[in-house]
Ligand binder design. Structure first.
Ligand SMILES: C[S@@+](CC[C@H](N)C(=O)[O-])C[C@H]1O[C@@H](n2cnc3c(N)ncnc32)[C@H](O)[C@@H]1O
Length: 280
């Protein structure tokens, strides 16, 4: 099976409906192929350890927005923490359910998965720890998206509950990349296509919407005609902007860190880890 159809950027780029489709595709396509997702991020382990440690410290139950196929939730559940995971991707949730089948019954019982949009899902339950992991919040493209999402977070937090979210830091050098220039990444064995593919990325930053569009192109070695591409759209939140959004949506920031080990946020940090609570 070819993992994804060749997706094209909207040619007009300006028509409103075209733009919305572009964002919709950019929030879904990257998660259509959980096997590819898993192998791509297999070496990303610092955030897994960080969230597992946080869950141990606070205790459960934990609500994870953008739970995906359980890269972070599964270790929490194995560690004895009850996790409720929300995600809008049917393939990612299906893969998580498959993975759970190999787990002991007590781990399976600790995980509840809810398919839905994080801006809308209401669980009628409160949690001492709500997390929004690995850039899931970068799929909130507009102020209305952010407001709706943060309203849901508030509803699901206990009065002294903690909200922890990690976001990539917008790095000026990254946003300034030439959209016409192909950035070559190492070739790799694609687990779904089952071939070695050349991997090229194009980056187009829209400074008005503050969205970074990444187009990943995959080309089986020796078979360029069988190539396909995958869009990803990431809203860029600058640190002061994200702090203001938290503040004006009823949160108090306890602290912001610049890595998953508790280090400070500096001009070189490529991640921001925000720790917040509901304001009284
Ligand atoms: C980068 S993945 C993170 C998955 C997992 N937490 C991890 O760390 O590997 C982002 C996840 O957010 C989900 N997502 C994006 N927009 C969403 C939305 N509006 N509502 C619910 N889930 C969303 C995607 O389907 C995807 O599984």
């Amino acid at each position: 099976m070819r993992p994804a159809p060749r997706a094209r950027r909207s040619p007009d780029g300006g028509a409103r409906r075209g733009r919305d489709r572009e964002l919709e595709a950019g929030s879904r396509a990257h998660y259509e192929d959980p096997q590819y997702y898993t192998s791509t991020y297999a070496s990303r382990i610092d955030d897994v350890a960080f969230y597992a440690g946080l869950a141990d410290q606070v205790g459960g139950p934990v609500l994870e927005y953008g739970v995906g196929n359980g890269r972070i939730a599964m270790p929490m559940a194995r560690g004895g923490i009850e996790v409720v995971g929300v995600d809008h991707s049917a393939p990612m949730l299906a893969h998580f359910r498959e993975r759970l089948k190999d787990e002991p019954p007590e781990v399976r019982r600790r995980v509840r998965l809810v398919r839905g949009d994080m801006r809308r899902v209401r669980l009628r339950r409160r949690f001492p720890l709500v997390v929004c992991t690995f850039n899931t919040a970068l799929h909130l493209y507009t102020r209305a998206d952010v407001e709706a999402f943060l309203a849901r977070v508030r509803e699901h937090l206990t009065p002294r509950g903690r909200f922890v979210v990690d976001l990539s830091t917008p790095l000026v050098a990254d946003l300034a990349r030439d959209p016409r220039k192909p950035y070559r990444a190492p070739r790799f064995y694609h687990p779904t296509a089952q071939v070695v593919v050349k991997n090229t990325e194009h980056f187009t930053y829209d400074p008005v919407r503050q969205v970074l569009f990444v187009t990943m192109e995959f080309e089986p070695v020796g078979h360029p005609e069988q190539g396909w591409s995958m869009p990803l759209a990431h809203r860029q939140f600058f640190p002061q902007e994200w702090e203001a959004l938290l503040h004006y949506n009823g949160f108090r920031v306890d602290r912001v860190e610049g890595d998953y080990q508790g280090g400070p946020l500096t001009p070189d940090s490529d991640v921001m880890v925000w720790h917040a609570r509901r304001r009284a």
